[in-house]
Design a protein around this ligand. Structure first.
Ligand SMILES: Nc1nc2c(ncn2[C@@H]2O[C@H](COP(=O)(O)OP(=O)(O)O)[C@@H](O)[C@H]2O)c(=O)[nH]1
Ligand SMILES: [Mg+2]
Length: 378
């Protein structure tokens, strides 16, 4: 009983300050940006790029991780600008329109959130919690309510869980990561970006062309492998994907590769066949790497909105998905889809794509995401 009370109080304390916590966390970046206001975002990012390579000594580790984080925040800000403009301007209009919190206010807010692709169920939960909080805390100030909205969005995503967005690296080489998803969502380019990131971290990377269905897919991956100095295994168009993967993994063992990134073709229009193919692929992987694949990442295109959510549900039915890569968030004004996926599919978003450059693929970080979405309000 007392313990319960303690936790309730603790949770209230934690919840109260999230808006301010995020604001303070990234304020540093704001200040530096102001000081260099004559420079563009790209200039600043470039400048930090240089900083990264200036000094590798331990003494400067803190500074380096700060500048890295700052650089990442800039990428979030830029990639989410469409969503931010859409979302925040609507929220500000709403606040200006009402000077009291009324049922009409709640109705309009609900509509704004649904239009941002947050997902109907998430929005309903959210509205319940917001109403309760307004009642309990006797909130009357519409301006303050904006902060509460940001807090609650964060809470609904985190939902008292520890969010795992790290790649599950295997202790024994190689770590095998399988990429699935329908055509055009960004599987191959995600492999390229991740491969390049792993390569920069000093890992030995191999790319395996399991998409033997689409003309040119193997060639496309081979080019990326060359650019990112990764090993490559592929066969001719129409070859059995499982046999390509078999050869790839054998070679990966021989060459003591750290990470194997496997591309696949995603023909969801034929669910039964796709399920069989993925079963076969998993079986072949398991034969050579008994605890593999260590990750099966489903790639979804954020610009397809609710359709992307349906894809996630369908793939979840046919294979074990360990994480989601949500690409092209820079191309949509409905960035709320990140929140909907977690709620409706229950799989963590591990990476997000905020543009076409390799550094635009970011580990998903809810705090940076919320900041990128609401920065103009903070
Ligand atoms: N703007 C933007 N484009 C992306 C992103 N990720 C992938 N793309 C583009 O999406 C297109 C399809 O990507 P591809 O990797 O070939 O898709 P696949 O069929 O799933 O392998 C390419 O033109 C990519 O450059 C992203 O995060 N932002
Ligand atoms: Mg592809």
């Amino acid at each position: 009983m007392i313990i319960h009370l303690f936790f309730d109080i603790l949770i209230v304390v934690i919840r109260m300050g999230l808006f301010n916590k995020i604001k303070n966390l990234f304020k540093k970046g704001e200040k530096i940006e102001e000081e260099q206001s004559e420079l563009s975002v790209e200039d600043i990012v470039e400048e930090f790029d240089d900083v990264d390579y200036v000094d590798d000594s331990d003494v400067h580790e803190d500074v380096q991780s700060d500048t890295k984080s700052l650089k990442d925040v800039k990428i979030y800000e830029k990639g989410l600008s469409k969503s931010r403009q859409n979302f925040v301007s609507k929220l500000i209009n709403l606040t200006n329109k009402y000077n009291k919190i009324t049922e009409d206010y709640f109705d309009e807010l609900e509509e704004i959130l649904i239009m941002a692709d947050i997902g109907v169920n998430t929005v309903m939960d959210f509205m319940d919690r917001l109403r309760k909080r307004v009642r309990n805390e006797k909130i009357e100030d519409v301006d303050y309510l904006k902060e509460v909205i940001v807090d609650e969005l964060f809470i609904i995503y985190v939902n008292d869980e520890v969010i795992v967005n790290k790649i599950n690296f295997s202790e024994k080489k190689p770590t095998v990561i399988l990429f699935v998803g329908v055509n055009g969502v960004g599987k191959t380019t995600t492999i390229a970006k991740l491969g390049s990131k792993f390569h920069d971290e000093g890992k030995k990377v191999m790319m395996v062309a399991g998409d033997t269905f689409r003309a040119g897919a193997t060639k496309q991956l081979e080019e990326w492998a060359m650019k990112t100095e990764s090993l490559f295994v592929g066969k001719e168009e129409g070859a059995d994907p499982s046999s390509v993967i078999y050869d790839g993994l054998e070679k990966a063992l021989e060459e003591e590769v750290d990470v194997v990134l496997i591309d696949t073709a995603g023909r969801l229009q034929n669910k039964v066949n796709l399920m069989k193919e993925l079963e076969k692929i998993n079986k072949v992987i398991g034969k050579i790497i008994p605890d593999g694949p260590h990750e099966t990442l489903l790639v979804i295109d954020a610009t397809t909105g609710q359709n992307g959510i349906s894809q996630a549900k369908a793939f979840k039915e046919i294979t074990d998905i360990t994480g989601i890569v949500l690409t092209k968030l820079d191309g949509t004004a409905k960035g709320g889809i990140v929140l909907a996926i977690k709620e409706s599919v229950g799989i963590p978003v591990k990476f997000i794509g905020l543009g076409e450059r390799k550094e635009d693929l970011q580990v998903f970080d809810i705090e940076k995401y919320i900041y990128g979405l609401f920065k103009d309000m903070m």
